[in-house]
Design a protein around this ligand. Structure first.
Ligand code: TXA
Ligand code: MG
Length: 348
């Protein structure tokens, strides 16, 4: 069974914390352990070792063509495996690290496991804003490859329980520091081109990036869901996050959504509704789950994956979800919901 190591990030002395020392020991032995970050839990392994990286892919059931993010605790670690740090990347690092921003650089060959970068000439790097993650990375002294610690295709884990639900017995342990804060993954921004390109919307918003570096583009493949445009982040081409029951996003009034619910229930189906605290009292369905507060989209992001996972613990045949504005962290929320729904949208 997988060890669950509880660490109180506010109370425990983190350097020399025995659980963190144990976890670092496993990492140096090229075993894999799950760790908290400010976005979601990650599944960490030594990024310079093929064996460790192979274990990450195996535990998750992750396709080998989907590269991992390399996590560091200190900017000086970049030099070891990154070819150059362009000016705009420097400014983004100064503004957002540690934090939910992953930057794509050109890679120095021969340092990292080729499997970690899926053989690409670029590498994704981030410094998470979580005291337990940073203490662990310092303790083991290695760059740590860490995808989200879910089974491939499931919603990313925002609690240690989610990690255990997916990976129990498949990994050495999980450092449990309670629920993560941001709730959606880091923003992935490609800085190998003159104008930075968002490959995955996430915890740092497009608006925040633009304040620092001016114009920022969004990979057109992310919004063009019909066409055959290939996303530049290999991971963005996979269906993801989907609950077991089919999920439909509903564009229109709440009355319209309720009518869809009523129709399905008349057919004898059990119906779920994904809404927010403001609107949940208005819906009559078999299961109504409130995902944060619409007035503060950060709370929706924080609750999103737990809510999607909860729909698998209740008995529903179909789920209808409200939609969200795409400003701020709403861009990441809608991106994940569209993936969870397989782009099924019903418009009034
Ligand atoms: O918040 C996060 O970023 C979490 C925590 C654990 O740090 N990690 C995470 O990793 O979400 P993962 O593996 O689930 O997602 C990494 C994404 C994938 O879409 C992958 O294709 C993309 O980053 N990626 C990694 N390296 C890349 C590269 N060199 N070029 C383009 N995309 C890359
Ligand atoms: Mg993931």
């Amino acid at each position: 069974n997988t060890n669950v190591w509880k660490v109180d990030k506010y109370v425990d002395k983190l350097e020399s914390n025995p659980h963190i020392v144990d976890a670092a020991h496993f990492l140096r032995e090229n075993e894999v352990v799950a760790l908290p970050t400010e976005t979601v839990y990650g599944l960490g392994g030594n990024a310079e070792n093929d064996e460790a990286v192979t274990k990450i892919f195996a535990a998750k059931g992750r396709p080998a063509d989907n590269p991992l993010i390399i996590h560091i605790a200190d900017k000086v670690q970049l030099d070891r495996f990154v070819k150059e740090v362009p000016e705009k990347a420097k400014n983004l690092i100064d503004a957002f690290w540690p934090g939910p921003l992953t930057i794509i650089f050109n890679k120095k060959e021969g340092v990292l496991s080729e499997k970690a970068t899926a053989g690409l000439s670029t590498v994704a790097v981030r410094m998470p804003d979580h005291p337990v993650a940073l203490a662990l990375f310092r303790e083991c002294g290695l760059p740590i490859a860490a995808p989200s610690a879910n089974s491939s295709g499931k919603p990313s884990p925002t609690t240690a329980d989610h990690v255990v639900d997916d990976l129990n017995g498949k990994i050495a342990g999980v450092l449990d520091a309670g629920p993560t804060g941001v709730g959606v993954e880091s923003t992935v921004v490609d800085c190998t081109e003159e104008i930075p390109v968002i490959l995955r919307p996430g915890g740092v918003t497009k608006e925040q990036l633009e304040e620092v570096v001016g114009e920022v583009r969004v990979d057109p493949a992310l919004t063009n869901t019909e066409g055959d445009a290939r996303p530049k982040a290999p991971g963005m081409k996979y269906r993801h996050y989907a609950p077991n029951a089919p999920l439909y996003l509903v564009s229109g009034t709440r009355e319209f959504l309720q009518r869809l619910v009523d129709e399905k229930r008349q057919e004898g189906l059990r119906v779920g509704v994904l809404t927010t605290e403001e609107h949940s009292p208005e819906f009559a369905a078999d299961v109504v789950l409130a995902c944060g507060r619409r007035a503060e989209l950060e709370t929706v992001a924080a609750a999103l994956y737990d809510t999607l996972r909860k729909f698998n613990q209740v008995d529903v045949d179909v789920i209808f979800s409200e939609m969200f504005p795409t400003s701020g962290v709403g861009l990441a929320i809608m991106n994940r919901l569209q993936k969870a729904a397989g782009n099924k949208i019903i418009s009034e």
